[in-house]
Design a protein around this ligand. Structure first.
Ligand code: SAH
Ligand code: AVI
Length: 345
């Protein structure tokens, strides 16, 4: 399942999606996609979303090298409360969550800059670090490579085995020793409800009894606090949202011109989630050598780029039930703005 791509980063094999619904209408409008490579699979996914009645681009396309850097910037903004709140919960509870453990494998899904695992590692006695192997799994090989060298500098005893790939395609978990799988940042909230349940259930199926899943979830709170986090005054979230069009231009050679779109982020009260969209501020025709005809946008048309689910306790219990996982313990901060959930099979 794991194939080396650099000295010590591995690439998940067989991550290309099986494309099951290449309808006649889809074939009529696309060219040259033969689905055989990862990039073709990603192209297919992008084009499928842009041809849908309500256009969308999956939020995973945010995280090219520049998008990953913009996200790191977002995490430091005064309005973006999730990162600092989750970090405070990790710091306050790391001893109970992690410190007694030895001979474990720490796996992190969507590890990004690894700054949260660094807080976990600080809570572990240095002599125990040599018994731990850390597996960061992320789309972005650059993020993995950079954070790996930072972690090795800070924790020389630690073994780090980076995995570049799509965590939704995991068929097994590395190593049979007891495992703690960390899924921080409320990244699960970027998946639609049923997709999130499917993803967690898939993880549950490849966990062994005794393995733990540590899940970070952003909670429902005052709407003005949530909306400010996605409409920051320095407009970094706006840049992050718009950067997805650059990813599109790179992958399917579209000619999106970024200033033709405005950033829109609002809280959807019925669904308890932030929605991010890009709104055309003029009539636009977009062409791509991968498309047989242009994509047309009328002024005001939207591309849906992200959902960010906010949770209540009932929603968390429901998610655990649907994933056949048992909640061992829940940790939160003084305002109950964010939660870290310890789940087992
Ligand atoms: N866990 C970090 C980063 C969150 S940003 C934190 O809490 O701050 C989300 C991260 O998940 C990004 O680094 C992105 O590249 C990665 N990611 C998103 N979808 C992914 C997928 N399907 N497979 C692998 N990595 C993914
Ligand atoms: C990674 N993910 C949980 C972030 C979120 O808050 O949904 C991504 C993000 N989007 C805009 N700002 C941050």
């Amino acid at each position: 399942m794991l194939v080396p791509i650099q000295s010590d980063i591995v690439m998940l094999e067989n991550i290309t999606q099986t494309i099951t619904s290449t309808s006649a209408s889809f074939r009529a409008i696309t060219k040259r996609i033969n689905k055989e490579t990862i990039n073709d699979s990603l192209r297919w996914e992008l084009i499928h979303g842009l041809l849908a009645p309500q256009k969308y681009i999956s939020s995973k396309f945010f995280y090219d090298d520049y998008g990953s850097r913009l996200f790191e910037w977002i995490t430091q903004l005064p309005e973006y409360y999730p990162t600092r709140t989750e970090k405070s919960i990790i710091q306050n509870n790391a001893n109970e969550l992690f410190a007694q453990l030895s001979h474990i494998n720490l796996i992190e899904l969507g590890s990004g800059d690894c700054s949260k695992i660094s807080l976990v590692l600080k809570a572990i006695t240095p002599s125990k670090l040599s018994n731990i192997t850390y597996y960061p799994i992320d789309f972005s090989p650059a993020s993995i490579e950079q954070s790996k060298s930072e972690l090795k500098r800070e924790f020389p005893e630690l073994e780090v085995k980076g995995i570049a790939g799509d965590f939704t395609q995991l068929k097994s978990l590395p190593n049979e020793q007891p495992r703690i799988i960390c899924f921080f940042g409320s990244t699960i909230g970027n998946f639609e409800t049923q997709e999130a349940e499917k993803l967690l259930n898939g993880i549950q199926e490849i966990m062994n009894p005794g393995d733990q899943l540590i899940l970070g979830l952003d909670m429902v709170k005052d709407i003005s606090v949530i909306e400010a986090a996605y409409n920051d005054s320095q407009r970094i979230t706006e840049a992050f949202n718009k950067n997805i069009l650059r990813a599109c231009n790179k992958l399917i050679d579209t000619d999106f011109f970024i200033p033709d779109f405005d950033h829109l982020a609002f809280f959807n009260k019925e669904l308890n989630r932030i929605e991010m969209h890009l709104v055309a501020n003029t009539d636009i025709e977009i062409s791509s050598p991968w498309l047989k005809q242009n994509l047309s946008f009328k002024q005001g048309d939207r591309i849906h780029t992200e959902n960010s689910q906010k949770y209540t306790k009932d929603m968390i219990q429901h998610l655990a039930n649907k994933s056949h996982l048992h909640i061992n313990k829940m940790y939160t901060d003084e305002n109950s703005w964010f939660s870290i959930i310890q789940l087992m099979k």
